[in-house]
Design a protein around this ligand. Structure first.
Ligand SMILES: [Zn+2]
Ligand SMILES: [Zn+2]
Length: 211
């Protein structure tokens, strides 16, 4: 059983998530975008060891604190797909453009569509490539706990912007329709910004992409 803790980080209030297995005192952190002192403090309070940092895509508000946290926890940084490499090349420019705290350049272990990540004892995370917001963007589906982390691809009642470099509106619509709306209706949607949702609600109500 995982407990999910949401910590809005950076001035953009990006939903950094701690997925904690309290029984085994282990955790995975998703989209460590910044404000790492708060994330470290939460990990300490929960008394869990962070096994890995997962990234949904290469935008700075999602990755800006990953290197710092990985050094602190001595853990790997995993994802997104290699098509987002150009965003990691440009971390400094991104920080300036979005007025975010600068971070050192780094590159994660890139993942591939369909890859199954076994990072915690009783759960798996399946990589679902969902290009559109960025070309290498991914979602992480946890079948055992019935949720999907959708980054900036799918939000409650909205979808990710496609007007940034590398964005493509047709691709994001296709990703959502063919890769996310085929998940079980009761799958919880944990998005990179804003409220949580679930697949059925978005299929019926999302004004941008209806099933
Ligand atoms: Zn983004
Ligand atoms: Zn974002």
């Amino acid at each position: 059983m995982l407990e999910i803790y949401t910590i809005p980080v950076t001035v953009i209030a990006q939903n950094c998530r701690i997925l904690a297995d309290l029984e085994h005192k282990l955790a995975v952190v998703v989209d460590a975008g910044g404000d790492i002192a708060i994330v470290q403090n939460a990990l300490e309070q929960l008394q869990v060891e962070c096994k890995a940092i997962l990234l949904t895509h290469g935008h700075h508000d999602h990755v800006g604190g990953a290197l710092q946290l990985s050094k602190y926890c001595n853990c790997k940084i995993i994802g997104p797909c290699k098509e987002d490499t150009y965003l990691f090349d440009k971390l400094q420019q991104q920080a300036k453009a979005f007025n975010l705290e600068p971070c050192e350049t780094f590159y994660p272990e890139f993942v591939e569509d369909g890859q199954i990540l076994k990072l915690l004892p009783n759960v798996t995370f399946e990589v679902i490539a969902t290009p559109g917001h960025t070309p290498g963007g991914v979602c992480y589906y946890c079948k055992e706990e019935n949720f999907v982390l959708t980054g900036d691809t799918l939000f409650a009642g909205s979808i990710g912007r496609t007007d940034f470099e590398g964005g493509n509106f047709d691709d994001i619509v296709n990703s959502i329709k063919t890769r996310l709306y085929c998940l079980p209706d009761n799958t919880d949607v944990f998005a990179g910004h804003g409220e949580d949702s679930n697949i059925l609600t978005e299929k019926h109500n999302n004004p941008f992409v209806r099933a």
